[in-house]
Design a protein around this ligand. Structure first.
Ligand code: AHM
Ligand code: MG
Length: 334
């Protein structure tokens, strides 16, 4: 029988990578498999969202004072469930939970890793059939193995991430993850129910023509950002333009597109919210890590996102992320 060796599943890929490291225990591969499993369950639910009573608000507010949608809760429970029952994770932090959840059982206490999640990002888009996503960040614990994980394990600089990734529930469902060995994308093949390698070695083009920002907030941004946006609008074919403005309002979809095509995504601070909206630990850090591994850059306007020392799990930060040359032009704007 002829076997198509070109198809490589997420599990095969992570195990293959592990074989190249003699010290690898397989825990990270296990963790990514667990995340992939939860993502498939969320994919199924997202795809039948209109058919069952899972659309709409759950009627509670999350810790950030935002409305929690039912699918948010479902997704949170799926990721929490697979990781709690798996053997590779000592605890998780999530946008949907006030505090980090330390698993604290005999197996979990021996696990090397902790994870942070935005289980369902772009939730305002759920009800209107627009792409949404899951974002995750993985750290090696700094606390003693054999004992319960601590909050310190979660409050590490983004540069210490061991892996980071996202799942996009879009026209197809894709899981993209980065380690220091690169960025790879896997598309869910629904006929076999497996994520299969479709985008090996993703690199972000050095320059692009897309800028993504919420224009509705334009007069809330500081002068430098307004000037950069105006620069984007004035681009012509003589200086790398014209640019196009694309903003879905689902960070996963916006940054995924810019990562593949080249572009810049901005969520600046505003007069009302100087730290912007996006959360450092489970939105900005993972994307900053992925973008840097793909050759791009990510800052908060003054410093590299990955160098920020977190002080609390749900802290926010302005975010500027994308193609290297576009980020440099933003940094050089007065
Ligand atoms: P969420 O985690 O509550 O879904 O919010 C995060 C989302 C991002 O995906 C997106 O980039 C941003 O909020 C859009 O915000 P805005 O509508 O203010 O432009
Ligand atoms: Mg979010």
């Amino acid at each position: 029988m002829k076997i198509n060796r070109k198809i490589q599943t997420l599990d095969e890929f992570t195990i293959q990578q592990m074989r190249d490291f003699t010290n690898a225990t397989g825990e990270l591969a296990g963790l990514l498999r667990d995340i992939g499993l939860a993502a498939k369950r969320v994919h199924v639910e997202v795809n039948k969202a209109g058919l069952v009573d899972i659309l709409g608000d759950a009627g509670t507010m999350n810790v950030q004072g935002e409305e929690v949608k039912k699918l948010d809760i479902f997704a949170n429970n799926q990721f929490m469930g697979v990781l709690r029952h798996g053997i590779s994770c000592a605890g998780i932090g999530s946008e949907e939970m006030d505090d980090v959840e330390i698993f604290n059982d005999e197996i979990s206490n021996k696990s090397k890793y902790v994870c942070l999640f935005d289980p369902l990002d772009g939730s305002s888009n759920i009800d209107v059939n627009v792409s949404i996503g899951t974002i995750f960040s993985i750290f090696r614990r700094v606390s003693e193995l054999g004992k319960p994980a601590t909050e310190e394990d979660f409050l590490q600089q983004g540069s210490k991430q061991v892996a980071a990734g996202y799942v996009i529930y879009g026209s197809s469902t894709m899981l993209v993850y980065a380690t220091k060995r690169g960025v790879n994308g896997f598309t869910l093949d629904q006929s076999i129910g497996e994520f299969t390698l479709s985008h090996p070695d993703i690199t972000c083009p050095d320059s692009g023509k897309i800028y993504s920002v919420n224009h509705g907030n334009f007069f809330q941004y500081d002068e430098k950002i307004q000037n950069y946006i105006t620069t984007c609008q004035k681009k012509t074919k003589d200086n790398g333009g014209p640019y196009t403005q694309r903003y879905i309002g689902s960070m996963v979809a916006d940054v995924h597109r810019n990562l593949i095509k080249g572009g810049i995504f901005m969520y600046p601070g505003t007069l009302d919210k100087p730290n912007g909206k996006l959360r450092l630990l489970y939105e900005c850090n993972p994307f900053a890590y992925i973008m840097e591994m793909a050759g791009g850059l990510a800052t908060n306007g003054t410093m590299r996102i990955l160098d920020i020392q977190p002080t609390e799990v749900h802290q926010r930060t302005p975010l500027f992320i994308g193609s290297k040359r576009m980020m440099e032009e933003l940094n050089n704007t007065k």
